[in-house]
Design a binder for this molecule. Structure first.
Ligand code: AMP
Length: 196
């Protein structure tokens, strides 16, 4: 059984251009429930977000949605979750998602998804948390971002040791195995305190 109790999944509020994205959300949902891992996510009923929440629930798992009160129209919020927490702002939402979760996965998504996963990776680099962070690289969706991270390493803006914070896998089960085995690299940048 997994030592992780809750995983945060960042993902698109759109469904994306191919059915494989939703399929990957279903596969991740199944793998999480099989290992008794609850889902923490943005609380919406739409796109890949809705897909992963629906599938965790259908498989008999628990879903905690965290949604900013006034930012999203009411219809977007998922009404069937185990728990829907309303918070005052995006910043509060991201902090609560980070505090509740034992690891962070990005499925395919747009600006919101990319911003959320890069922020939590940055917090790991700063030593704010020691939890695993990964990209589920469905249909090579994140190849260009991964190439860019490697470019930033060659250009000396990201240290190799910090690049290793970003776990990448195409298969949900293998990504979860990597999460289980994950140890934070020793060299955190500047800060050393735990605050999450
Ligand atoms: P995007 O990738 O731009 O579609 O944004 C998805 C990410 O941003 C999710 O992980 C959410 O946390 C947040 N987000 C964006 N749109 C919504 C929405 N309509 N309802 C709830 N959360 C959203």
């Amino acid at each position: 059984m997994s030592k992780m109790k809750k995983l945060c999944v960042y993902c698109g509020s759109s469904a994306g251009g191919q059915p494989d994205y939703a399929l990957a959300a279903r596969q991740l949902a199944r793998a999480m429930v099989r290992q008794n891992i609850d889902l923490v996510y943005g609380g919406a009923s739409v796109g890949i977000m809705g897909e992963i929440a629906d599938n965790v629930l259908e498989e008999g798992g628990n879903v905690i949605g965290i949604i900013p009160k006034d930012l999203f129209v009411k219809e977007v919020a998922h009404t069937g979750l185990t728990e829907l927490r309303e918070v005052a702002s995006m910043h509060e939402r991201k902090l609560l998602m980070a505090e509740l979760s034992d690891g962070f996965i990005a499925l395919p998504g747009g600006f919101g998804t990319i911003e959320e996963i890069l922020e939590i990776i940055t917090w790991s680099q700063l030593g704010i948390h020691q939890k695993p962070c990964g990209l589920l690289n469905v249909c090579h969706y994140y190849d260009k971002l991964i190439n860019f991270l490697d470019h930033a390493v060659s250009e000396h803006f990201i240290k190799k040791i910090h690049r290793s914070i970003v776990l990448v896998e195409e298969c949900p089960e293998i990504l979860l195995e990597k999460f289980e085995a994950y140890n934070t690299p020793e060299a955190v940048k500047w800060l050393g305190r735990n605050s999450i």
